[in-house]
Write a protein that binds this ligand. Sequence first.
Ligand SMILES: CC(C)(COP(=O)(O)OP(=O)(O)OC[C@H]1O[C@@H](n2cnc3c(N)ncnc32)[C@H](O)[C@@H]1OP(=O)(O)O)[C@@H](O)C(=O)NCCC(=O)NCCS
Length: 150
Amino acid sequence: MTLAGLNFAPMQDDDLEWVAAQDALLYPFPWTAGNFSDSMRSGYGCWTMRDGGERVGYAVLMMVLDEAHILNISVLAGRQRQGLGRRLLDHLGEVARQAGAHQMFLEVRPSNVAALALYARAGFETIGRRKGYYPAAEGREDALVMRSRL
Ligand SMILES: CC(C)(COP(=O)(O)OP(=O)(O)OC[C@H]1O[C@@H](n2cnc3c(N)ncnc32)[C@H](O)[C@@H]1OP(=O)(O)O)[C@@H](O)C(=O)NCCC(=O)NCCS
């Protein structure tokens, strides 16, 4: 699998419908098109990742002073385990570094084995746990807070 044709572009209004549709496929409690649109209007880094012109992933990055927070990072179900998540994560790290961030944070469900493996492999460490942070099928689920130094 070659990823030579990979590129990243700021999310546009005409990506919103597609992004929200993918989110609904990937998450039990997805973001709406309005949530992504609000992120764009708030000045967050909203990205799509394309492989040979085809959209294969997307992400949202919020900067707070010299900290970067990953709010969403997603790869299409049919394109997972091909190194794309790592490339998207590396792109966010590069964007954050260029914007002056020294650390990058994220929250993740302890049940999200794929994401936890990706982050651990990329050098993130768990620094805390937020009780009942996420809605879940039955009640709430904690979030693990992870950090990587840039
Ligand atoms: C999490 C996610 C972005 C990973 O994307 P991906 O393109 O599959 O990740 P990569 O192929 O770059 O994998 C990088 C490493 O992560 C680990 N990993 C990824 N998926 C894994 C899985 N299902 N099981 C175990 N390890 C996994 C592996 O260590 C992998 O390296 P390897 O393939 O060389 O062993 C993707 O699974 C996804 O979009 N999931 C749904 C949305 C989501 O949960 N996002 C995160 C919210 S916090």
